[in-house]
Design a binder for this molecule. Structure first.
Ligand SMILES: NC(=O)c1ccc[n+]([C@@H]2O[C@H](COP(=O)([O-])OP(=O)(O)OC[C@H]3O[C@@H](n4cnc5c(N)ncnc54)[C@H](OP(=O)(O)O)[C@@H]3O)[C@@H](O)[C@H]2O)c1
Length: 167
């Protein structure tokens, strides 16, 4: 099975603080929505809890939450304790892609297991105070394609570049 990953990070790979995002970038949220809609999204329990209740499960996507607690309840989502369980909830024909959407622990788990063949990375052109960071990646064997660059505007306070990596 092929897995994808999508993340937005600052210049030092920072992705979160106090179980929240570091910025509000509606243009990047739009890209996230357009890229993941119609697919399956896999997230850590903390990431799930960071999404306001009224916005979860993420609509038009099969939501899978990873927790070591098999009794954890996430309304509208499937809870799993091991990434090996994903294929049992995934229909290759109807579910299309499976995206890891964070946070850091879940990105690390998927990368360490060598599951990821495609990454969409939003590189925000600034540094932020953070407590959660995207893991180091061994970039050997990855091809890079810049998808678009966005200049900050009145609604999006930071510029960023979106790049797709495949191997
Ligand atoms: N910038 C971005 O693109 C982006 C994207 C997503 C999230 N974020 C940010 O990232 C932060 C959250 O990330 P995080 O790293 O703290 O948490 P996380 O990865 O979202 O979730 C961690 C939880 O996943 C479960 N887990 C971890 N390893 C596991 C394993 N081996 N087996 C089973 N379950 C496992 C555990 O749940 P239990 O404790 O229930 O067992 C653990 O507490 C927030 O600040 C969020 O805003 C940023």
């Amino acid at each position: 099975m092929n897995y994808s990953l999508i993340v937005a990070m600052g210049k030092h790979r920072e992705i979160g603080k106090d179980n929240d995002l570091l910025w509000r970038l509606p243009r990047d949220m739009k890209f996230f929505k357009a890229t993941t809609e119609g697919h399956t999204v896999v997230m850590g329990r903390k990431n799930w809890e960071s999404i306001p209740e009224k916005f979860r499960p993420l609509p038009n996507r099969k939501n899978i939450v990873v927790s070591r607690n098999p009794d954890y309840e996430a309304d509208g989502a499937i809870v799993i304790s091991d990434l090996k369980e994903i294929p049992t909830h995934f229909n290759v024909e109807s579910d299309k892609k499976c995206f890891f959407i964070g946070g850091a622990q879940i990105y690390k788990l998927a990368l360490e297991q060598g599951l990821i063949n495609e990454m969409y990375i939003t590189q925000v052109h600034e540094t932020f105070e953070a407590d959660t960071y995207f893991p180091f990646v061994n970039w050997d064997g990855w091809d890079e394609e810049e998808l678009f660059e966005f200049e900050k505007d009145d609604k999006n306070p930071h510029s960023f570049t979106v790049t797709k990596y495949t191997r």
